[in-house]
Structure formats: C-alpha cells, structure tokens
Write a protein that binds this ligand. Structure first.
Ligand code: SD4
Length: 316
C-alpha cells in the first residue's frame, strides 16, 4: 500500500477495516459517498466487540454509555453532531441528518435524544453486560471515581471518504473516555477538532485525548496546512509535532493524539504520538488494508506491520 496512491477511504484503528470494506462496496455499487461513510461508521458502532464506540461502548462515571458523533459534507461544509447521547443505536445517523440543517446542527443530551426520537431513529440500550462488568471492576480495582481525570482506554472511529467526482465527507463516533464525567464532550463531535472536510482541499480527523486535541483544533489545523500547499503526510506530522511541542513548552501534560487525513486527490497521511497507530485505507476496487503509523523519537513511518508486530498491539 502506498500513501501516495489515490484512496477512497481512510479510517482510524484496526477496528475500522470492516467498515472501510463496507464503504468501498457501497460506493462501488453506485450509492452516495454520504451513505458509504455513514455505513462504515455504523459497522463499527454496531459491533459489540469494539468497546469504545456505539453498542458496548465505555461507560461514564455513572455506569451509563454516553456517545458523541458527527458528520461533515466537504462540498457544502455542512456538519452535524450529537453529544452525550444515550440509547441511540447509531449516533452517526442522527449527526448526518442534523448536518442537513442550516441551524441547530449540533445537539447535546436530552435535546439530541428528543430529535432522534421525533425522527424515529432506532433506539437501543447501549450498555452491554460486558461494559457494565468493566465499569464494576474498574470501580472496585482502581477507585477511579475519586480522581478528576478520566481513565485511559478509548478509541474513536473516524472515517474520511472521497468519491470519483472528488466530493469528500467525514464521519466520527465514540463513547469517549472511560469513566468520563457525565455530560463530558470530547473533541470528536467538535468541528475542526475531531473532524473537518473541505472537498476543495482535503479532510482530517483525530482520535486520542479530546481535551488535548481540542486545544490545538487539530483537524482544521491539518486541513489548513494542506490549503497552504503542504503535502498531506507533512501536514499531519507538522501539526501534531508543533502541538505536542507547544503543550510541553507550556508545561501541560500531553495525552495520546493521532490524526488521519486525505487530500483532494485521495492521497493519505497519518501521524501519532503513540508508538504505533493503526488505520485502514480502501478504494472502490475493493482493495482494503490495515496499516500503521509508527513513531520513534518524533519521526513517523507509515508501514504494513507483519503478524509479529500486530501481536504487540492489542488495543482494538
Ligand atoms: C474523546 N477523542 O472523547 C475521544 C476519545 C478517543 O481515542 O478518540 N480516543 O476524547
């Protein structure tokens, strides 16, 4: 796989591979880019084995699953999002619907749930027995509820897509940080921080500790660099390196942060401050791969890990 080739999709983490395959099929069948991106995100939301997104997501400090999701159309710059919603089967679908409106596009909590119910989006109890057990064990073992900081152990599915006509879109979904404060909103549904798509330039999305990502509006920063002519991989690396350096310089702690991006030609890029950050790419011909960004002393290498290297990596 080459990042310089033209791709139709790039998505965060290994868990997104099935979603990317699905999106490639949907687009290949002639359906819209919007449908393809939403279906990719839904595939991850519906899979109970992925414990940081949708059904079976990570509970907050009250033991409830609260979800954030967003969608953006790169042709119109219209975006929508839901924040801290419960019991909505596919938050990304609601976010996508909200992106059709001119106003009231980002809804939180009860208001978002009222909208979802009124528009008859599917509801579901998103707390699985496994997630409830995880909550119980964490509470007993780590006494985390006394701490202000949310427990690490979280991932967001972010899918960026581009169709043959050059239209771009982006969808994201997450349960956010494990044991987060009820009502806490991360970067994922915040335009410019968790995602940004502009078909004239490119798109970017982020995963990691939301508070740190928001401090640098990382997705917009990557697209902004591309708009100034910076190649996509360089844009990802420079934005992440500059932001990390700034947080350190001002004495802030720096949580995990990773970004993916695609330029308007379909070339992709990724950067991370983790040792290894897997992501998936796919095209309409059905060629789909999981690859990884590897970070050593601030230098990023994109490569296809072999089985041994994947074994070292057990997050999703
Ligand atoms: C959040 N950015 O809620 C999300 C969580 C995440 O990898 O992406 N974790 O802060």
């Amino acid at each position: 796989m080459k990042t310089t080739d033209q791709w139709n999709f790039i998505a965060t983490w290994k868990m997104s591979l099935e979603g990317v395959r699905r999106a490639s099929r949907v687009l290949g069948e002639g359906q819209s880019l919007e449908r393809a991106v939403v279906e990719a995100v839904k595939t991850v939301e519906d899979e109970v084995a992925y414990c940081s997104v949708g059904y079976g997501g990570l509970p907050n400090r009250n033991g409830e699953v609260e979800l954030d999701a967003a969608y953006m159309d790169g042709d119109t710059l219209k975006a929508g999002g839901v924040m801290a919603v419960r019991d909505i089967k596919n938050p990304v679908e609601v976010a996508c619907r909200l992106s059709k409106y001119e106003r009231n596009c980002f809804l939180a909590g009860e208001g978002a749930m009222t909208f979802a119910r009124r528009h008859r989006f599917a509801l579901r109890n998103m707390l699985t027995p496994e997630a409830a057990e995880r909550f119980k064990t964490a509470k007993i073992e780590k006494d985390l509820l006394e701490r202000q900081e949310a427990y690490d152990g979280h991932d967001t599915v972010c899918v960026i897509g581009r169709d043959a006509g050059g239209s771009m879109a982006c969808g994201v979904s997450t349960s956010g940080l494990f044991l987060k404060h009820p009502g806490r909103v991360g970067d994922s549904p915040i335009i410019g921080s968790g995602f940004y798509a502009d078909s004239g330039v490119g798109a970017a999305a982020a995963t990691g500790v939301g508070e740190d990502i928001m401090r640098g509006c990382l997705s917009y920063a990557v697209v902004g660099r591309m708009a100034c002519g910076c190649p996509v991989q360089e844009a990802c690396e420079n934005v992440l390196a500059d932001h990390t350096a700034k947080l350190r310089r001002i004495g802030r702690s720096c949580g995990s942060m990773s970004v993916i991006a695609m330029d308007r030609e379909g070339r992709v890029g990724a950067a991370t401050n983790l040792e290894l950050f897997p992501f998936a790419v796919g095209n309409m011909a059905g060629e789909c791969h999981t690859v990884a960004a590897k970070q050593t002393d601030g230098r990023i290498e994109i490569f296809e890990p072999d089985e041994e290297e994947w074994k070292k990596y057990e997050v999703d």
